[in-house]
Design a protein around this ligand. Structure first.
Ligand code: DGY
Length: 317
């Protein structure tokens, strides 16, 4: 059986699949495979390991002649038309858990980079501007004693909450479900979206991107945030109305924002590069050697399970 991996990922996945007797085809370039080429590549695949940069819409799914599984190499799966794949009896899997700590670490890194003005400090030093200690130089804000709002208290949101708690923050969360373990562990309180935005000094987004969360943070919601607050997005750019956020950052209506994801990726709104109160990362939430190896093994494990007639390990449908 043929398994296509749509970009080079840690070779442990390829090795495992080959050891189990699968024919493995890997798109070797380090850029997204052009759509036409992708169609040809996956047409006769029995299983696919896909990346979030590949869009599996109705059109592409219709071209799959015998595919049984698309194993997304990511925890998010908004690049795949899940309902349509389901109607075609194609299993879809993702890579939850294995990247939770890596992504939570990046969220907290962004919090600290914004709150303690780390990037401004680095730029200041490189520009040889440091002439000695100054009482008012690059004053930031602390997490201790502040309200830290988590939007989406799933695995990653909860891991961020635990980290913020360790920094002494009071945790609030917004989620459709109650998360009693998180409440017990961190004293977190479940509140409404409006409340969390009005009250929090830090807001960190950990929701999946769905039609319901598209521009969840629109102008009206962003305007509820405190002038002193910091917004962090390591989930998906489309959850925030980026234009409105940029306008607020420009007008200093919120203190700062940390981005690991962008609306309309891979494009990045050029206005962001001009702002001093943002920290921009190139979508590296899960980019640790450990997490990426575990993601590769889990994606391969899912393919093997489905193609040998077993249940997928981490199905999303
Ligand atoms: C994910 O897993 O959804 C991240 O965005 C990439 O690892």
């Amino acid at each position: 059986m043929k398994v296509v991996i749509t970009r080079e990922i840690p070779d442990s996945a390829e090795k495992l699949l080959k050891a189990r007797g699968f024919q493995v085809v890997v798109y070797r370039k380090d850029d997204p495979v052009p759509q036409r080429e992708l169609e040809k590549l996956v047409k006769d695949a029995d299983g696919i390991i896909s990346l979030l940069t590949e869009k599996f819409d109705k059109n592409l799914i219709d071209k799959l002649e015998r595919c049984k599984i698309i194993a997304n190499y990511a925890v998010g799966y908004n690049n795949i038309d899940i309902e349509y794949a389901k109607s075609k009896k194609i299993a879809i899997t993702n890579t939850p858990d294995v990247l939770t700590d890596a992504t939570a670490d990046i969220a907290i890194s962004l919090v600290l980079a914004c709150s303690r003005r780390i990037i401004e400090g680095v730029k200041f030093m490189r520009a040889r501007k440091f002439k000695g200690w100054k009482p008012k130089l690059l004053l930031g804000v602390e997490m201790s004693g502040k309200f830290f709002g988590i939007l989406g208290a799933g695995r990653i949101g909860s891991a961020v909450a635990r980290r913020a708690k360790a920094f002494g923050a009071n945790i609030l969360y917004y989620d459709i479900d109650e998360v009693p373990e998180l409440e017990k562990e961190t004293g977190a309180k479940k509140v409404s979206l409006n409340f969390i935005l009005r009250k929090s000094d830090f807001v960190s987004i950990h929701l999946p991107f769905t039609p319901k969360t598209h521009h969840l943070l629109d102008k009206e919601h962003l305007q509820m945030m405190k002038k002193t607050s910091i917004l962090i997005n390591t989930a998906r750019g489309e959850i925030v109305d980026e234009k409105e956020l940029i306008a607020m950052l420009k007008a200093r209506k919120i203190f700062a924002a940390g981005f690991d994801v962008y609306e309309g990726e891979p494009k990045v709104n050029p206005a962001l590069f001009k702002l001093g109160n943002v920290v921009l990362l190139p979508h590296i939430g899960s980019a640790t050697i450990e997490a990426r190896n575990r993601m590769a093994m889990l994606a391969a494990g899912n393919v093997i399970a489905v193609l040998t007639g077993r249940e997928p390990l981490t199905p999303v449908v």
